[in-house]
Every structure is written in structure tokens, then in C-alpha cells.
Design a protein around this ligand. Structure first.
Ligand SMILES: NC(=O)c1ccc[n+]([C@@H]2O[C@H](COP(=O)([O-])OP(=O)(O)OC[C@H]3O[C@@H](n4cnc5c(N)ncnc54)[C@H](OP(=O)(O)O)[C@@H]3O)[C@@H](O)[C@H]2O)c1
Length: 484
């Protein structure tokens, strides 16, 4: 059985920066199937050799010291290029011919990776179906779809419908590369392979949860694209809600794609719907100073580059525990972190001598300093009975003898090759996520939209967001990566 990965968007940024380096690294580790072939498709007029040469340069740049000339030559022999236009049916019949030529065995497993403009996803799927390339009688046929998946609930539903016309749900792999990150998967291990955290992981002990995806960069030259999207579509509908689902979900009966996703979906079902004044009280939006001068951004744009949401998950475990989600561009540093803030002790034993403890905190650093930090109170040595916060740190990077953490795309590509969809979004998940974000976008587009707070870059968003949190008796964990 041969395995072929067909990448639509061969000449694009994602292919050269992530997909080919990830496939090459899997090859170096001996994890790519023996008979694996890679076929790139885009309109650019390359030959097989020209594309291999371009990829050799870019892969060398992205994998650094791991680049190995001999291994690359062997890997490059498996790479083919097909000049083709997704909107042209002849390109697909020619692609079918090429695949038949290079696949050495009668049956073959194929993955079609749509790494092209989102407007072309439905068309590419339709053409694959029409050319008979989705027919899985002689081997599996899977399709990987990049983000964004729709721009709202309606477009996501339409896209799901078009894909389901050609592929069954079990053949569809919707990417959210956050799920491929080691630290995100480690949340499963932390929660479900330990007995000491899970008993505390509920409304009885947890005061609130903070999930932050902060970017230091500003929009830059992506202004035209970003202004259409804004932070809610760009970050919340996918990454932040994925992190929320994994943090809040119940343990599945088995680590199985559908059972895991069933539990994640239940979290989205329990998110309390916002009505009336909730949009003003539970959502917060900001725009960095200078955004309006970015290339491609309309002069009077009200697009939010920062947002914070306060969500509730109405179930037995989480009732009335706020989940604060925030994300922004032009922030102090790049960090993705989940903070489980535990409640304070019920009674302060050491009276006035003990400063008021903040309560224990578990900080899960997703990137760039992958690891976990537990905050707890200890006695200040040689003091009467003063306390201070100390930490226990676990850093993935410091694990002796452990190789560098693999890029998320390695894990996701390998899972798709092996037919494991646990770390990919299911259709109901994507639609429910839009169902949470759409009403907020609509409220922000309405005359009753909450104020758009301007903020200087290089901090943690608008200063008012700290006041907002303080009014609720809480504070943000505004700390750049805490693990060395
Ligand atoms: N880049 C990233 O870091 C990143 C991260 C997350 C998600 N994504 C998603 O991944 C996808 C690809 O992103 P990208 O940054 O790689 O985009 P890109 O650099 O603009 O590449 C787009 C690709 O699509 C090809 N293409 C355009 N029209 C075509 C047509 N009619 N027929 C065949 N091929 C066509 C282009 O090649 P030709 O012009 O040669 O045809 C090019 O190879 C997007 O959906 C994006 O949202 C990207």
C-alpha cells in the first residue's frame, strides 16, 4: 500500500514553512510510511525539480541543524509537482493521471491537504469528487482543511455541507494547529493521568480560569485580511475555545477520536448564552493605537485587535465559575497560557501576620515556554509566620535527554496519515463554536456595541481591562513566560 499526500497550495507560505519541514522531520525520524509520496499542486509553473530545489532551500532554513543533505536527497525523490488550477476540472483529471503513475501499488491511501485560500476549499472538494479522487474503494481518502473554517456559522455550515457532499465526516480533518502542540496534549495527561488534580478541578475549589493568547506582533502588512476578521474570528472561535474545551471537558471513557470530541462538544453546549446587557458586562474590546494607519485598514475601522470574554459553563462541574478568555495583538510578549486560579483558604490561620494569600494557582504554559507551574504559599524563613508565594516548575525543555519539542504539524500530519482524528475539529464542534462567537460579533457590530478601548502596544491590552477584572475581585496573571 502506498501513501500519497497531495498538498494544494504547493507554492504557498504554509507549505514551505510548516508542512514540508514537518514531513521531512517525520521522514528523518523514520515515521513516514515507507512508500510515502508528496505531490504539490498550485498554479505556479514549476517542474518537479524546480519545486524540490525551492523546498530544499526553505526546509534547510526552517529545520536548521537537523537538515541532512543525504537524507534530503532521498526525501526529495518522493516529491512531485503538478501545475494546476483548483477552478479547472482538467487540472484534476491530469492530477488523477499523475497519481496513477507515481503510486506503485494497486491500492493507495491518500491525504488531500487544502493549504490554499479558504474561498477555494469548497471548489477543491467539489473537483476532487467530480474527478473520482474521493473514491475510497482502493484505499483511504482523507482531506485536511486549514483554518479558517468559515467566517461565521452560516458559512461554516455551508462549507460542511459542501464537504459532506463528497467526503464522510470520518474522512475530514479540520486543523487547529494548537491541538498539535505538546503542551495542549499534556493537559490531557495532567488531568487524566494523575489522581491529584482532577478532584480539585471543579467549582468547589476553582475560583476562575484564565486563558490568554497574547501576541507581541501587530497586524503589519496583513491589515486588509485582518480587518475583515478581527480578533474574535482570528483567535477565539478556534484556538481559545479549543483550549477552553480541553480545560473544562469531562474525562472520556477512552482516548478515542469520537469520544474525546463528544466530551469537548458537551462543553460548548454548556456555555451560557449571553443576552441583553451581558454583551456589555461580559465582553470587552480594544484596538491598539496605530492600527488605523496599518496598510489596508480602513480609516474608521472599529475592528477589535484585543478582546476579553467572560464565559460560564453551566454544568455540575463548572456552574458559576467564570472562564476569562483574552487575546490581543501588540501585547507585552508572545504567550499562550491557561491559569487555573484556586479559591482562597476558607480561614486564615495566622491572623494579621500572614498576608492575604491569593489562592493557589496552576499555570499551564502552552507557548513559547512549554511547561507547568504550581504556585503555593510557603513560610518566609526566619520570620514569625509570614508567608510568600513559591513555585514548583515543570519545563518540557529542561527534561534531561528529551529532544526538542516537535512542531504541531508533525503530530497532526502523522495522526492524519494514521487515521486518528482526535486532535482535529469535528463539524458539530466548529459550528457550535461559531454559534458562541457569532452573537458577540453581532452585538459588537450593533449600535449598542461596548466601547472600543484604545491601547498602547507593549502592554497587556487596554488599562481598563485590569480595572474590569479588579471590580470582580480578581486580577489577570500578567506575567510573560515564567518558565526558563
Ligand atoms: N501561513 C501560515 O502560517 C498559516 C497559518 C495557519 C493557517 N494558514 C492557512 O493555510 C492556508 C494557506 O495559507 P498560506 O499562508 O500558505 O497562503 P499563501 O501563501 O497565500 O498560499 C496560497 C496557495 O494557494 C495557491 N493557489 C491560489 N489560487 C489557486 C488556484 N486557483 N489553484 C491552485 N492553487 C491556487 C497559491 O499558489 P499559486 O499562486 O502558485 O497558484 C499558493 O500556493 C490558508 O487557508 C491560511 O489561512 C496559514
Amino acid at each position: 500500500m502506498s501513501d500519497t499526500i497531495v498538498i494544494f497550495g504547493a507554492s504557498g507560505d504554509l507549505t514551505s514553512r510548516k508542512l514540508i519541514p514537518a514531513l521531512f522531520q517525520l521522514f528523518l525520524k523514520g515515521r513516514l510510511p515507507q512508500e510515502a509520496r508528496i505531490v504539490g499542486v498550485s498554479r505556479s509553473d514549476f517542474t518537479h525539480q524546480k519545486w524540490r530545489d525551492l523546498l530544499s532551500q526553505s526546509t534547510r532554513q526552517y529545520v536548521g541543524d537537523q537538515f541532512n543533505e543525504t537524507a534530503w536527497s532521498e526525501f526529495a525523490n518522493r516529491i512531485f509537482y503538478h501545475p494546476g488550477d483548483i477552478t479547472n476540472s482538467e487540472s484534476f483529471s491530469a492530477l488523477a493521471k499523475l497519481l496513477a503513475e507515481i503510486e506503485t501499488t494497486e491500492s493507495s491511501s491518500r491525504i488531500y491537504y487544502l493549504s490554499t485560500m479558504p474561498q477555494l476549499y469548497a471548489e477543491a472538494i467539489k473537483q476532487l469528487g467530480a474527478a473520482g479522487l474521493a473514491d475510497d474503494r482502493h484505499g483511504s481518502r482523507r482531506v485536511i482543511i486549514e483554518k479558517p473554517f468559515g467566517t461565521d456559522l452560516k458559512t461554516a455550515q455551508r462549507l460542511n455541507d459542501s464537504i459532506h457532499d463528497v467526503f464522510r465526516e470520518d474522512q475530514i480533518y479540520r486543523i487547529d494547529h494548537y491541538l498539535g502542540k505538546e503542551t495542549v496534549q499534556n493537559i490531557f495527561a495532567l488531568r487524566f493521568a494523575n489522581s491529584i488534580f482532577e478532584p480539585l478541578w471543579n467549582r468547589r475549589y476553582v475560583d476562575h480560569v484564565q486563558i490568554t493568547v497574547a501576541e507581541e506582533v501587530v497586524v503589519g502588512r496583513r491589515g486588509g485580511y485582518y480587518d475583515e476578521s478581527g480578533v474574535l474570528r482570528d483567535m477565539f472561535q478556534n484556538h481559545l475555545l479549543q483550549l477552553l474545551m480541553i480545560t473544562a471537558m469531562e474525562p472520556p471513557a477512552r482516548y478515542d477520536a469520537n469520544l474525546v470530541r463528544d466530551e469537548k462538544v458537551k462543553v460548548l453546549h454548556c456555555i451560557r448564552k449571553m443576552v441583553g446587557g451581558d454583551f456589555a458586562n461580559q465582553t470587552f474590546r480594544g484596538q491598539y493605537e496605530g492600527y488605523l494607519s496599518e496598510e489596508g485598514v480602513p480609516e474608521e475601522s472599529e475592528t477589535a485587535t484585543f478582546a476579553a470574554l467572560k464565559l460560564y459553563c453551566d454544568n455540575w462541574r463548572w456552574k458559576d465559575v467564570p472562564f476569562y478568555l483574552r487575546s490581543g495583538k501588540g501585547m507585552s510578549c508572545r504567550t499562550t497560557q491557561i491559569v487555573i486560579q484556586f479559591k482562597q483558604v476558607p480561614h486564615i490561620l495566622f491572623g494579621a501576620k500572614m498576608r492575604e494569600p491569593l489562592g493557589n494557582r496552576l499555570v499551564i504554559q502552552v507557548q513559547p515556554a512549554e511547561g507547568i507551574q504550581l504556585h503555593f504559599e510557603t513560610k518566609v524563613p526566619d520570620s514569625d509566620m509570614k508567608t510568600r508565594t513559591s513555585t514548583l516548575d515543570f519545563s518540557f525543555q529542561n527534561q534531561a535527554g528529551e529532544a526538542d519539542l516537535p512542531d504541531a504539524y508533525q503530530r497532526l500530519l502523522l495522526d492524519a496519515i494514521n487515521g486518528d482524528a482526535s486532535l482535529f475539529a469535528r463539524s458539530d464542534e466548529v459550528e457550535l463554536a461559531w454559534g458562541i462567537i457569532d452573537p458577540i460579533i453581532a452585538a459588537w457590530d450593533s449600535p449598542a456595541a461596548p466601547e472600543l478601548h484604545r491601547y498602547a502596544t507593549g502592554y497587556w491590552g487596554p488599562s481598563e481591562i485590569s480595572d474590569w477584572m479588579q471590580e470582580q475581585g480578581r486580577e489577570w496573571f500578567d506575567v510573560c513566560p515564567v518558565l526558563n
